[in-house]
Design a protein around this ligand. Structure first.
Ligand SMILES: Cc1ncc(COP(=O)(O)O)c(C=O)c1O
Length: 376
């Protein structure tokens, strides 16, 4: 149970925290997740890797997410123990030895993925194939994706038919999966990937029931505009009519960022100001680690002084983290009130994806203060 505050001002006045504080806004998660689940024309699996905080996983569940894309046995265990009637999918083509067996025997996992004939043999040693659904993961990348999720995993489309037949030969139900990338900025990418999948499926001697189109739905950040989610859904809805699915066929998606991002903020303290440089108590080894990768370079930011919003004329600042390392600086300049100073706080919003789950304790800096904010 996390501490609950009416708003960030109350939290700051009560705690005046020396450590970064990560704030969960339940209402933001509820509103956004409900509309995502209702808008997507198929089954929504949350990609737990984007944020595995139990409070956030539970909020997504309460908002209608019943299926979870897990990338390891600990992720399966976390979801299954928290939400006994949720369905976990083990959606990584290479797993630790024994992990698939444990996922199935202990947690009843029935959905797995492979991208190579060796993967089918490895699974067959560990799980009951006739009782399982095995996705063949196809490589398909689009240039509008910030990160390519087909470089490491995924079989060439031409090899998918033989993988599907090899899966069927084990008695498992074959299915198809692909990932167009992460932070995909053009909905066209889904139209393209689904059309490649349709082409492959037309050559199969059997109809598939399940096609998993992966995650990748982008979120807007300052300086990183993306189309509204409705345009992604429209592209998917239109393209999926070409998929030769069986009568009870269904498409699945695995959004991580799009569900995790909206409802978390990070509140950090300004430790020192040197002209247009601010030194803060969190950095790229902490909550901002994703900014080290290609993609967006900052989050929406608002300043507080004495627990109240700080307004006034803005100027741009470079923000430096608390470690000794030179690269511990946020890549994008951030607009903040020109008279901001040490002792003020900055709240970064829409920071729920690829933030909490990858922070490190490099240089001994690590905050685990996670609170709930009731305001919208
Ligand atoms: C297999 C798989 N599914 C889903 C996702 C989630 O991607 P995103 O957060 O871009 O939606 C990823 C991200 O790495 C992934 O590797």
């Amino acid at each position: 149970m996390t501490d609950v505050f009416a708003d960030v001002g109350h939290m700051l006045r009560e705690l005046r925290p020396a450590q970064p504080v990560y704030c969960i806004y339940p209402q933001r998660y509820r509103t956004w997740t409900t509309s995502f689940v209702q808008g997507f024309p198929g089954r929504v699996l949350y990609a737990v890797k984007a944020n595995d905080d139990p409070g956030i996983i539970r909020l997504l569940y309460e908002s209608g997410v019943r299926h979870f894309d897990c990338a390891s046995l600990p992720e399966v265990a976390r979801v299954a123990e928290l939400l006994p009637d949720a369905t976990c999918y083990f959606m990584v083509p290479v797993r630790l030895r024994g992990a698939a067996a444990a996922a199935q025997q202990k947690y009843g996992v029935r959905h797995f993925v492979i991208d190579h004939a060796e993967g089918i043999a490895a699974l067959a040693k560990e799980i009951d194939m006739p009782g399982s659904v095995i996705f063949a993961r196809m490589a398909v990348h689009h240039e509008s994706a910030m990160s390519d999720l087909s470089a490491k995993f995924g079989a060439p489309p031409a090899t998918i038919p033989s993988l599907i037949e090899a899966i069927a030969a084990t008695g498992a139900e074959p299915a198809l999966a692909f990932n167009v990338g992460s932070a995909v900025t053009d909905p066209e990418a889904y139209r393209y990937a689904i059309s490649v999948a349709a082409g492959v499926m037309q050559t199969l001697p059997r109809k598939l029931r399940l096609v998993d189109i992966g995650g990748g739905f982008a979120m807007p950040y300052p300086g990183f505009p993306v189309p509204p989610i409705s345009e992604y859904f429209a592209a998917v809805r239109e393209a999926m009519t070409a998929l030769p699915l069986s009568e009870d066929g269904e498409i699945l998606c695995e959004p991580g960022r799009a569900l995790a991002a909206p409802g978390l903020t990070a509140v950090v303290e300004v430790l020192m100001r040197k002209d247009d440089r601010l030194f803060i108590n969190d950095g790229v080894y902490g909550i901002f680690w994703e900014l080290r990768l290609k993609g967006h370079d900052r989050y929406p930011a608002a300043a507080y002084r004495d627990g109240r919003p700080l307004a006034g004329k803005q100027r741009e600042f470079r923000l430096y983290g608390p470690t000794c390392d030179n690269i511990d600086v946020l890549p994008g300049a951030v607009g903040l009130p020109a008279d901001i100073r040490a002792g003020d706080y900055i709240e970064f919003s829409r920071i729920g994806a690829y933030s909490l789950s990858g922070r490190s304790n490099f240089n001994g800096h690590y905050s685990d203060t996670i609170v709930t904010i009731e305001a919208d």
